[in-house]
Design a protein around this ligand. Structure first.
Ligand SMILES: [Fe+2]
Length: 551
């Protein structure tokens, strides 16, 4: 922000010198050019893997487990008078007219009003289609944020611009459209136009970069994803307070950013449920997650949005996964679910106090990338199958023992084939999917089988390596939250005689992404009330990122 102000001052200074040294000149092709008023403001074959895996196994066995618990600098060529851009012939506004870089300093309808030239205070200048502008106006949408008419798209070609001018000291653009003998006036926020222009406009200044292109849905959390830092056993567990999370959207923003990096958190003060029966045990967690993000992902059969695990002989009958005396290797959840819908995982300690452990899949993946590149290639390209048949619930959605011959399950099948380490288009670790107990029968090709299985053995040993495992205390009434695309977790250690009830639930990545989008829109509007939902909704994340970063 400070840099923006300094750069703005420099820009103002250059304009001041130029305005003082040159008489104002009308834009040749546009004697009626509208000017702004003063401003408001990422092979060694099987041999490598065998030796690496054995070496890693020795490391695991010999290591002691810890028991403790667009503000970039403006290119000079963008500045008028720097020699990089020909000084435009439009009449220059006064010094005060450039308080904000996105301010509109001039505009001009051209080609019979079918296009509009927009010039901004940072020296950028674009030509946009009139039909794009009309099609994008907030006046086309109703209170439900949908377009009011499905027929308007057929009328766009009829519109031209009769006149246009910057208003509100360059913070807005006023456009009078004409169509079939009628006219109507719309107003646009200059900041919104400035964010869209690199995507939809034809650049008219020499130093302009290639047009930006929106590809895919994108994510406002992408910059954070790119800057993640791997952590090991000595990481500090971030702690959030439930009441503050429920009350503060700013705290929710920080929480969601925290769940991208480092991808672990403890939420204290969640409280105890009114009853420990399954219909009630997870309510405090369910209610809190609903407040800060949205509804927990619904299981295909289970009647509740969350599952319940108890340290009782009865619970163990439900299956090995629910038998807390059965040790589990470090794993991610939802490995058998195609696409891994459980992006964030919530583990709520409704009853009992225990210790547990997590490790950073990103750290494991980066370790393999650096020290065992052939294994990394195999783990990121060869696909493995996780699969199971779920018979854990009755047709009523209630938990049932898999050994119970007297009750009928509501069975469903699950299969998910994927690389253990999934990379994104930039080669960054996107997701780690690991669960040895849920690994299915893999159809690995004959030629790759031996070297892949050696790499996988190395990987599973690293997952148990104490150098990477964080141990922590997990008291009653608190919730452990993990980024299930990144963080692996293990079976908690329950003190002898300790009764324990733990509830677990998930939310999807899409829900998290869109909740974050809404929260960031809210923050931007608080900073600048003029930039409200008219301008922040219905737009691609790539454009919104510019608006929420600069707002
Ligand atoms: Fe788990």
């Amino acid at each position: 922000m400070m840099m923006i102000r300094e750069e703005t001052r420099a820009l103002i200074g250059q304009w001041r010198a130029r305005v003082g040294a040159r008489p104002t000149t009308a834009f040749p092709a546009a004697p009626t050019t509208a000017m702004v008023a003063p401003p408001r403001s990422q092979q060694a074959g099987r041999r490598f893997a065998t030796s690496a895996a054995k070496q890693q196994q020795r490391t695991v066995l010999s290591t002691t487990v810890s028991s403790t618990t667009s503000s970039g600098k403006i290119p000079e060529g963008l500045l008028f008078g720097s020699g990089g851009v020909a000084a435009p012939t439009m009449q220059r506004p006064s010094v005060e007219a450039v308080a904000a870089l996105h301010s509109l300093v001039a505009c001009e309808p051209i080609n019979g009003g079918k296009q509009l030239v927009l010039e901004f205070a940072d020296g950028s200048k674009y030509q946009v289609h009139t039909s794009w502008l009309k099609d994008s106006s907030p006046s086309n949408r109703g209170p439900d944020f949908y377009r009011t008419s499905a027929a308007d798209v057929w009328k766009l070609r009829d519109f031209s611009i009769a006149s246009a001018k910057p208003t509100e000291e360059g913070q807005q653009l006023e456009v009078r459209f004409k169509t079939q003998g009628k006219s109507q006036t719309d107003r646009f926020e200059a900041q919104w136009l400035h964010a869209f222009a690199p995507f939809v406009g034809k650049p008219l200044y020499p130093s302009a970069k290639a047009a930006e292109v929106v590809r895919g849905t994108g994510s406002l959390l992408k910059p954070l994803h790119r800057s993640r830092k791997a952590w090991k056993s000595d990481v500090e567990m971030p702690v959030f307070d439930a009441a503050e999370l429920a009350a503060s959207e700013d705290a929710q923003v920080k929480f969601l950013e925290n769940m991208v990096d480092p991808g672990i958190a403890l939420v204290t003060g969640v409280g105890q449920p009114e009853q420990l029966e399954r219909e009630f045990a997870g309510k405090p967690m369910e209610d809190l997650v609903f407040t800060i993000i949205g509804k927990l992902n619904q299981h295909p059969v289970r009647s509740t949005t969350y599952g319940v695990m108890r340290k009782t002989a009865e619970s163990a009958k439900q299956g090995a996964d629910y038998d807390m005396s059965n040790p589990l290797s470090m794993h991610t959840d939802h490995s058998v679910y195609q696409g891994t819908p459980g992006y964030l995982q919530f583990l709520y300690q409704a009853e009992g106090s225990v210790t547990s452990k997590v490790c950073d899949g990103l750290a494991l993946a980066e370790y393999v990338r650096e020290h065992h590149p052939d294994a990394f290639r195999l783990l990121t390209t060869v696909e493995m199958t996780h699969s199971s048949r779920n018979t854990l619930y009755s047709r009523e959605g209630a938990p049932r023992s898999v050994y119970d011959q007297s009750s009928s399950p509501a069975p469903f099948e699950l299969v998910h084939t994927h690389p253990i380490i999934q990379l994104d288009e930039d080669g960054l670790v996107e997701k780690v999917v690991q669960s040895e107990t849920k690994r299915g029968v893999c159809a690995l090709s004959y030629d790759v089988y031996n070297e892949f299985m050696e790499a996988y053995e190395l990987w599973t040993q690293l997952c148990e390596d104490p150098r990477f495992i964080k141990h922590f205390d997990w008291p009653e009434g608190t919730m452990v939250v993990t980024n299930n695309y990144r963080t692996l977790h293990g079976r908690a250690s329950v003190p002898p005689g300790m009764a324990r009830t733990m509830c677990f639930g998930y939310v999807t990545k899409i829900l998290v992404e869109n909740r974050y989008r809404l929260l960031k829109q809210g923050q931007a509007e608080k900073k600048n009330p003029e930039m409200d939902s008219r301008w922040l909704t219905r737009i691609p994340n790539q454009v919104l990122e510019k608006l929420t970063t600069s707002a």
